[in-house]
Design a protein around this ligand. Sequence first.
Ligand SMILES: Cc1cc2nc3c(=O)[nH]c(=O)nc-3n(C[C@H](O)[C@H](O)[C@H](O)COP(=O)(O)OP(=O)(O)OC[C@H]3O[C@@H](n4cnc5c(N)ncnc54)[C@H](O)[C@@H]3O)c2cc1C
Length: 434
Amino acid sequence: MVITSDERYDVLVVGGGPGGSTVATLLARRGERVLLIEKDHHPRFHIGESLLPMNMPLFEQLGVADEIARIGIPKYGAEFVSPWHDKPSHLEFAQAWDKSLSSAYEVRRSEFDHVLWKHAAATGAQVIDGWRITGVEFPAEGGVVARARAEDGREQQFAAKFLVDASGRDTLLANKLGTKVSNKQHHTAAIYGHFTGARRLPGKAVGNISLFWFDHGWFWFIPLLDGTTSVGAVCHADFMKTRKTDVTTFLKDVIAMSPALSDRLRDAELIGPATATGNYSYKSDRISGPGYLMVGDAYGFIDPVFSSGVFIAMQSGFLAADAVTACLHKTADEAALALRRYEADVNRAMERFSWFIYRVNRPAIRALFMNNGNPLRLRESVMSLLAGDVFRPSPIHARLGLFKGLYYLKSLAAKAERLLARNTARPLARSGKA
Ligand SMILES: Cc1cc2nc3c(=O)[nH]c(=O)nc-3n(C[C@H](O)[C@H](O)[C@H](O)COP(=O)(O)OP(=O)(O)OC[C@H]3O[C@@H](n4cnc5c(N)ncnc54)[C@H](O)[C@@H]3O)c2cc1C
């Protein structure tokens, strides 16, 4: 039997990850009746442990800064290690264009997401965990009716004026609407695990993230506060398909392909089995429609290389709260404008990250991270990008545009050089002089 809840909520938020808990907190704070539903139970495991400096003002605004400081290890920058360069490169957020973006945290997501979830409840959102939304309908008269199932099989219907889909990689609405498109440009997948006993960077850099390139992609090395280190490989999906062993053995074999990372894990032990995440880059064709919008991974996910997922989900949560408020309280025209603005802001931020993410394994982009110069203040601009400065206007975007122009020119010149070399080699070979 399906029980129908008597209460009609203003907003139903599906998914208690960083995106869902953020938007639920902000809307509850504005006096909306918010229901936040999570299929799992906090604290629960989630991958995505490295945060960005631009997360910090969001913690302040939400009112969770002190709690996050208690569970996180400070991250002041990133180490890049490349087998094609003599020595590692250490970049600090303090070198960013905006000098206030000087640090972030690495966190255990089980703890981090739990803090945000509890805060949403304390702010006035009604929170229910252990219930999965199994279907949603948008009646002609407006609003949304969602069907939920508990772990013991009980079913219940919830009605609300507006739906926020923050269901993460489950992409509840994009699946229902058939709008999910996998990214043709970027076919990567990940394999990861937690280690004890990994050798960390010394001193203040102890919490910094390290990135190790290798022939098939790159590894992350994320130190957590309790001494555990999260290590994962992100590779082309075709390489992942070469796996003949179990996931844990494969992770160890892949780590062995990077002498530098292997050295850091020489005395380390993998805790529990490794996990693999399949081909994972996608985006929905649509971010909103009558009575709904999508936040965070429910809309799209690019790649973890710049640790951008949690920040994009939370910042989108802030922007989504404004769009939802407009939908609930303003005229239809104003609501439509707010949704268009939301879409444009989120897409622009994702595109700013994507250009660099798609090229992170190319030599020219590697060189940008491995070399120490700061021509045209490019280093400062790149550090601001890595800090997450992608939503607001900033002079860094013009600099990064210039870098992209130079990148294309260099690529063209390299192509022309290769063609020229091939054309001059042929007649020489024919004349027997080569
Ligand atoms: C391999 C890998 C490494 C990553 N590393 C990083 C990193 O270092 N830093 C970073 O910032 N990001 C990283 N990310 C990305 C990051 O994990 C996500 O972008 C982030 O968690 C998105 O937050 P969200 O709130 O949108 O979704 P989620 O955090 O996934 O939350 C969605 C929630 O919705 C719940 N849910 C789903 N369906 C339903 C339903 N039908 N009913 C009720 N509840 C439901 C889920 O249980 C979940 O709790 C990584 C991602 C991957 C795949």
